[in-house]
Ligand binder design. Structure first.
Ligand code: CMP
Length: 139
């Protein structure tokens, strides 16, 4: 089925001028960027976005990092977009990511791992609604 997923190009990647290189990977995989904006999150906003991780030991560091520079938030659309995006991103830890994936090529560590992608249809819907109104998504 055609799905939409929420993607974030993280501060470690925007800092290194990798937005276009990462978008090229999405497009080469058949994902369409149907909404996109560059924003700067406050630590509080990052904390709300990652609320499911509140109890994890890395939560504070994660929120601090996500607020440390610009992020590019985007909606990717395509056949099986959620799984396809996760495949293109590669494993959370770049040391475990497959050859040719974004995290293998660009991520610096488990925390500074260049991209975020929704993990399921319900979270995709929630995460898209966190950043975008329906009017901003143009398929
Ligand atoms: P993401 O897909 O954005 O969702 C939660 C994030 O937590 C994850 O990617 C990682 O960047 C981050 N994360 C997971 N494990 C660790 C860790 N051990 N230390 C720091 N950050 C982590």
């Amino acid at each position: 089925a055609i799905e939409r997923t929420l993607s974030i190009i993280k501060p470690d990647a925007t800092r290194r001028n990798l937005t276009g290189a990462i978008n090229a990977k999405f497009e080469a995989a058949g994902l369409r960027i149907v909404a996109q904006k560059r924003i700067r999150l406050t630590k509080e906003q990052a904390g709300r976005f990652y609320a499911v991780h509140k109890e994890r030991p890395f939560y504070d560091e994660l929120c601090e990092f996500m607020a440390s520079g610009p992020v590019v938030v985007q909606v990717l659309e395509g056949e099986n977009a959620i799984a396809k995006n996760r495949e293109v991103m590669g494993a959370t830890d770049p040391a475990e990511a497959a050859e040719g994936t974004i995290r293998k090529e660009f991520a610096l560590s488990k925390g500074e791992n260049s991209v975020h992608g929704s993990d399921a249809p319900e979270t995709a819907a929630q995460e898209i609604a966190f950043f975008f109104s329906e009017l901003e998504i143009v398929g």
